[in-house]
Design a protein. Structure first.
Length: 345
């Protein structure tokens, strides 16, 4: 059965992790385009504030205070959407968290908590969406992966592992739905580094505050990709040419990329600021001081658009050629970096 997706202004859209970063940006943009919204997050006060903001602008909004790692909470999200709006057209599994530090330094309990949100939250949300969409004409499920769904890095091993797991689950579920000809689109979004509260919310086991490696893109670039995939079936979307370059280079020359990561990523993922012993994060509880912020406001340049992503979303003929050129350029660029030359001696 062909997948028929509605325009955004005709949609009921569920967004998890809706009070910060990509989720918050997507919620605001979807509201501007006329979507009816079901917003979920752990911080009920932040949800209420966001809902009031959007309702003042004429949007129809339903909120659910929920932890996506808890199956019963995710069921409540689906039930609230059905009770309020009668259907779900798009479900965006966005909630996520990271941990910075060497694997040996991270307690197993923290690793498990990260997976509870990043992986099991996607599993619970996807299956809840399938349950409702199958009986009401289909829809789109959009899962937030990462460029680290394709490539691991030191100091974020558990985050990368969770995003690899998200990719594997998403791909398997997509094939199963296609086999039974279910009218559902299932998209994996794979962003590069994004200027959100990601590093601020992350748990940190390094001596320095976490940082994100360049290039860094604006959250609006990701939100645009999400809203496009909500209307046009897409298998996966790399957000930012850097994300695709990392994937292509890792596939073509994995050992070279290992050495590049060792030479550069330890430094690039640590700022010059010492980590505070009283540092707060959002691994177990929401960080109320840093909610309702789309961006961290990083000092280095943030790309407000991605020509690569724009082309791949809208062109099926030009994109493959650009992908190949991009991968070759990435490999050439990485090989010229002093850090990489040093790594190879």
């Amino acid at each position: 059965m062909a997948v028929q997706l509605r325009k955004i202004d005709e949609q009921v859209m569920v967004i998890t992790g809706a009070t910060s970063g990509i989720g918050l940006t997507t919620a605001r943009m979807a509201a501007e385009q006329g979507a009816k919204l079901v917003l979920a997050a752990r911080n009920g006060d932040a949800l209420d504030t966001l809902a009031s903001e959007l309702r003042r602008k004429g949007s129809q909004v339903c909120t659910v205070t929920a932890d996506v790692g808890v199956p019963a909470d995710v069921e409540r999200i689906g039930e609230a959407a059905m009770e309020r709006f009668g259907r779900i057209d798009t479900w965006v599994n966005n909630a996520g968290i990271s941990i910075f530090g060497r694997n040996e330094d991270v307690p197993v309990e923290d690793m498990q908590r990260l997976f509870q949100t990043n992986y099991w939250g996607v599993v619970h949300g996807s299956l809840e969406a399938v349950k409702h969409m199958k009986t009401r004409g289909g829809g789109a499920i959009i899962n937030l992966g990462s460029e680290l769904s394709e490539r691991s890095v030191p100091l974020q091993g558990m985050y990368a592992a969770s995003k690899h797991a998200v990719k594997a689950f998403t791909d398997a579920l997509r094939m199963e739905l296609e086999k039974e000809k279910a009218p559902l689109s299932l998209t994996l979004i794979k962003p590069a580094a994004i200027d959100t509260m990601f590093a601020v919310h992350a748990r940190n086991y390094m001596d320095k505050e976490p940082a994100l490696p360049a290039p860094i893109y604006a959250p609006e670039v990701v939100a645009n990709a999400i809203l496009y995939a909500a209307q046009q079936p897409k298998r996966d979307v790399f957000v930012g040419g850097a994300a695709k370059a990392i994937s292509s280079s890792s596939f073509a020359t994995p050992r070279v990329m290992d050495k590049f990561m060792n030479a550069s990523m330890f430094k690039q993922q640590q700022s010059d600021l010492p980590s505070s012993p009283n540092r707060r994060d959002a691994l177990y509880e929401p960080d109320s001081r840093n909610e309702l912020r789309q961006r961290q406001g990083m000092s280095n340049h943030v790309a407000e658009s991605s020509a690569y992503t724009a082309v791949t979303l809208r062109s099926h003929k030009i994109a493959p050629a650009l992908l190949g050129l991009g991968a070759l350029f990435a490999a050439w660029t990485l090989a010229r970096r002093p850090a990489l030359r040093k790594a190879f001696g």
